[in-house]
Design a protein around this ligand. Structure first.
Ligand SMILES: C[S@@+](CC[C@H](N)C(=O)[O-])C[C@H]1O[C@@H](n2cnc3c(N)ncnc32)[C@H](O)[C@@H]1O
Length: 244
């Protein structure tokens, strides 16, 4: 948000707004803007609406929509999206669709986890490929193929899509050192995010043996330190682009 170089955007969409925490920060930063939080989860939107507009009554609205295929009702000044596009397929289509909907001077600002090459996620796929009894694959071929699909691309992919029409383009990655505590800390972390499609795609019984094998491989890769902490390096991709 701090890297968006717009003084006075009129209409800001927070795409995949979740419970609206960042939506309200956007509204607090730009006091004259109309801010629309959009998400495909009615439960998230209900939470967002229940927590009220805070300091900005009337300026924040909530809208249900699926980012795959979605188009805005109002001309946007900013599309902001934090930790969402990793759940949306086909960035060849998604990113140009959003980008081409912006008028000159409009801004696309996105953050997504860049987890494909991280050891935790490689091991996740390896355990599916060879973590069964006797080194056999786990789960269905469809699941392994779906999980083998990379959704968030490397920074140059987004640069190439945006640069030809960008007046301002800032693309960067940051690796955070997460300081986790407790047993099986990395497993706990990925269970809430990247592991979900695998857990949902495995049958009862398979799921438990997969988890046991994945847990022991993860703990070898990310050992708990003598002070009880597990360090988990986690890489994120950011881009902020303004249309010419
Ligand atoms: C990790 S949360 C991030 C929430 C918020 N952006 C934040 O930073 O706090 C991801 C959100 O993306 C939403 N989401 C996932 N797929 C979506 C889609 N296809 N269209 C719209 N929202 C989606 C989820 O419902 C969830 O609220």
């Amino acid at each position: 948000m701090g890297r968006i170089p717009l003084e006075n955007p009129r209409v800001i969409y927070d795409l995949g707004c979740g419970s609206g925490n960042v939506t309200r920060l956007l509204a607090d930063r730009w006091h004259d803007a109309n801010v629309i939080g959009m998400d495909n989860s009615p439960e998230m939107l209900a939470q967002a609406a229940a927590s009220g507009d805070g300091m900005v009554p009337g300026r924040v609205r909530w809208e249900e929509g699926d980012l795959a295929g979605w188009r805005p009702a109002q001309t946007p000044s900013v599309f902001f999206s934090n930790a969402v596009i990793q759940w949306v397929p086909d960035h060849h289509e998604l990113v140009p669709r959003l980008w081409n909907t912006l008028p000159p001077g409009g801004c696309l600002a996105i953050q997504a986890p860049l987890s494909w090459d991280m050891r935790s996620h490689q091991i996740m796929r390896e355990t599916l490929a060879n973590g069964g009894a006797g080194g056999q694959p786990v789960g269905s071929a469809e699941l392994r193929s779906a999980v083998g699909n990379r959704w968030v691309q490397d920074p140059d992919f987004y640069y190439d899509l945006l640069a030809p029409e960008a007046g301002h383009l800032d693309v960067w990655t940051t690796e955070y050192q997460h300081v986790l505590t407790g047993d099986d800390a990395v497993l706990e972390w990925v269970t809430g995010t990247g592991l979900r499609p695998i857990l949902n795609g495995l049958e009862d019984g398979e799921r438990e043996s997969y988890l046991e094998e994945y847990r022991s491989r993860l703990n070898l890769e990310y050992p708990k330190r003598p002070d009880g902490v597990t360090l988990y390096p986690f890489r994120r991709l950011f881009f902020v682009a303004v249309r010419r």
